[in-house]
Design a protein around this ligand. Structure first.
Ligand SMILES: NC(=O)C1=CN([C@@H]2O[C@H](COP(=O)(O)OP(=O)(O)OC[C@H]3O[C@@H](n4cnc5c(N)ncnc54)[C@H](OP(=O)(O)O)[C@@H]3O)[C@@H](O)[C@H]2O)C=CC1
Ligand SMILES: O=CC(=O)O
Length: 287
């Protein structure tokens, strides 16, 4: 595939770029806070001074940025990706954004002759470290086929979902369900505790039944200890609830459960918990 550019070395971007390096890909990284690239250099990465410099150097560039504003800024701002996009270059945005943001990026990239794929992922810090993400791609099928070797390293399964927007929408639906589940789980732990049950026993019971899942299993024990080391920052989960609710508005889908979950995540943000793991929504109930 040649050298891969990587824009955004946050929790996910770092794990994904390290994974690519470990599997022998040459990677050039850029991050807004450039010092966060230092650790990647120790793993063999090169550093680009700007998104434009990375695009200029690499045939394919992946972006993994916090939200729509960040994804747009890295493309459109001075020294942004758009300055160097041209025919023969592929831009793959793996950030979780809404379909409209993705379409805007797709339009400008393709208008300059480049090709574009949106490819948000399901799976958090640990799956990113282990190359076990689920990739939800949509857009340019030729570009998808060209980058499958990288997706095979980053994920356990890639879906090609068709036209631009479908990957973004699928990701928002999945995270809307996840955010609602996290709230129901939190209420259950508090209810068990306050009604005199051992929450650890609740976790054991859940794990043996029809609603057992990796999220409950992985996060439950830490939540009971009021510990929320950030794997998926709460501020990003709230952004996903907000974008999913907007998708519900557009399609006239009533989502009272998701709306209530969004309020709980907003409350958690107002308590200063935005940079904690999204399981910290538990704090809004347990105090
Ligand atoms: N963590 C997770 O479990 C998962 C996250 N996601 C999604 O992946 C994306 C990245 O998440 P994650 O790595 O956890 O987030 P982080 O908050 O750890 O990283 C965010 C990245 O975006 C960059 N950034 C933020 N604002 C701007 C801006 N205005 N201009 C340029 N760069 C900017 C940050 O740069 P800087 O270092 O300078 O702040 C950083 O590199 C999000 O869309 C998230 O929803 C998807 C699946 C799982
Ligand atoms: O977006 C978060 C995830 O765990 O998936």
């Amino acid at each position: 595939m040649g050298e891969i550019g990587f824009l955004g070395i946050g929790i996910m971007g770092k794990a994904m770029a390290v994974n690519l390096l470990r599997h022998g890909f040459k990677v050039t990284v850029w991050n807004r806070t450039l010092s966060r690239c230092d650790e990647l250099v120790q793993h063999g990465a090169s550093v680009g001074e700007t998104p434009a410099a990375v695009i200029k150097k690499c045939k394919y560039t992946i972006a993994m940025l916090s939200d729509p504003a960040a994804a747009l800024s890295v493309v459109f701002d001075k020294h942004g990706a758009l300055e160097q996009i041209c025919g023969g270059k592929g831009y793959i945005d793996m950030s979780t954004v809404d379909a409209d943001t993705s379409s805007q990026i797709s339009q400008v990239i393709t208008s300059k002759g480049g090709s574009f794929l949106e490819a948000p992922v399901s799976g958090s810090k640990k799956p990113a470290e282990d190359g076990q993400l689920v990739i939800l791609a949509a857009g340019d099928k030729d570009l998808y086929d060209q980058v499958v070797p990288a997706f095979d390293v980053l994920g356990k399964k890639s879906f090609f979902l068709g036209q631009i927007g479908n990957g973004a929408k699928m990701k928002l639906v999945v995270n809307m369900i996840m955010g609602s589940m996290m709230n129901a789980f939190s209420e259950g732990i508090v209810l068990a505790d306050k009604s005199g049950l051992d929450p650890h026993t609740l976790l054991d019971v859940l794990d043996l039944g029809a609603i057992a899942n990796p999220m409950f299993k992985m996060k439950g024990p830490a939540m009971i200890k009021n510990s929320y080391p950030p794997a998926f920052p709460l501020k990003h989960q709230q952004k996903d609830m907000r974008l999913a609710l907007a998708l519900g508005d557009e399609n006239a889908v009533p989502m009272p459960v998701a709306a209530a979950a969004n309020e709980a995540f907003k409350k958690a943000r107002s308590l200063g918990l935005g940079d904690h793991d999204f399981s910290a929504v538990f704090e809004t109930l347990s105090k």
